[in-house]
Design a binder for this molecule. Sequence first.
Ligand SMILES: *[C@@H]1O[C@H](CO)[C@@H](O)[C@H](O)[C@H]1NC(C)=O
Length: 549
Amino acid sequence: MMRKTTSCIAALLLLISKKVLAGESEFEELLQKMENDVLELAHEAEQTYQDRCLPETLDSCYDNNYEECMSEYPDASCPGGIELRIPACGDGTDKCGGLFDYTISTTRIPEELTSGHDRNPENYRVRETVCYTRGLDEWFIQKHSEDLRFWEDLGVESPSKMYGARDGIFRIYPGRHSRTCGEYDARKRPWYISATSGPKNIVLVLDTSGSMSSYRKLDLLKIAASQIVSTLTVADRVAIVQFSKDAQVHGGQDNRMLTATKENKDFLLKKIKGMEAKGETNFEAAFNSAFETLENSISDELHVDCNTAILFLTDGKMTTPVHITTADILKLVTDGVDRVEKRTDHPVLLFTYSVSEDEDNVLHDLPQKLACSTKYGVWSKIVDEDKLVESLTNYYVLFAVGLGHSSNEDFVAWVEPYKFYTNDQLGTTASAPVYDRTVHPHILIGVAGYTFSIAAFDEALGVPNESQETLDKIVRRSTARCPNLEFSLCQMESFRKHGTFGEESLCFPNNCTDYVEIEPGECPSASDFPYDVWNNGNFKDRSYEVSPR
Ligand SMILES: *[C@@H]1O[C@H](CO)[C@@H](O)[C@H](O)[C@H]1NC(C)=O
């Protein structure tokens, strides 16, 4: 009853607003609604998380979740609305086996987490996450029915609602099967990374000297760098400095940063792919190029007016030029960081990585000193090459710690409009980080997302489908807000300690007495969580395209 009344009022308001407002403000309103809705979902996820250890959560979880490829769904139907039309459904009027289910959400789980029988997760924490996120279904369903009229009036399908948890479990509503099982990992998607890091300038400074060719170092470096570039959005500016004997900048004309559009990311991915390891190691050229690129971009306003990250990776000692000392490099870098911070009025986060199977090698020394001589520097020592990709791609976690600050509450990120997987329609996602706000500092537990067809925005603006105007507005929205990043000494030390080398990475081992948690903890009852979390395995051998029986 209540719901009905609210939706009537909402419909009435919409009717009035439609008359009074021109397309422009209706568009703003729509963006605002998306932001409010995704924040509501984020808030809901925070609540649900608080109930994760209750026996009820555990009881209702057993055998009750629908997996992306295993499970048959209870009430699946062909998707309506042109933007959801997919080939398996013909023109939408043919009988089809049912590809969307509005009564449930679907769980996607990365392959490496499905080590139990029938694709069940074995890890306690992961099972706990499957269980607590199930609590979102009620909200998904209610929100969908509440807003049905709103989206219908706009002539579009309502947005898909998503939640990506920090440990890899992902839920999407309405439920649907996946074409490929176990492939989707929300943590490697732009909507996840942008919600946890905000708009940023990012410069990768990568060592491609001869020694990088040993073991699999260069290959792993390429995987890590590609993943970082792929997860950037139009809100980000990026350049890559590749160095050995000299430095070479991959970016825009005359060594400027590039906006991380799809086109520019593809360009950089190609450059990464083509990297070869040879020659000497010249840190001076590397950092000179990095700061030049940053500062040139600032002068030309080709940067984003927000935070900056520099990721510096090396596997070797400086070998050239001969006269250069450690002190020279330290000064070059601390001065550079200072200048960029002053000119942008935002902090620079400096991540240094030394990769070497030799633990005591003197080559770890300078990267550590570099990190510790800047306020927000973090050094990672990578002795085991297998840790390289994880170490590098985890840079965003420090941003996420900063975004947890209460001054950043209500932060929402927008990603560049991209083509939907199911059909060829353009869509975009608004996303918001989700924290455990009962602990201080807040701990990131996941990201909420609302995915939406661009057709709806065009409709609202009264412009032709896929117009540049709509795209431009979304891009502008994506950089409209810069999260405030501030870390206490203990937060920085805790983050450093959290890395692959623990206490060895601390910069001031005697200054912090109160380390803070960076990662969420487990329920005391986590080991009681049900082993069989999937509802059924009836869909196991059926393909996505021919779902009808
Ligand atoms: C760490 O503690 C020492 C000794 O109390 C002090 O001199 C130094 O300034 C502190 N460093 C930082 C970064 O707070």
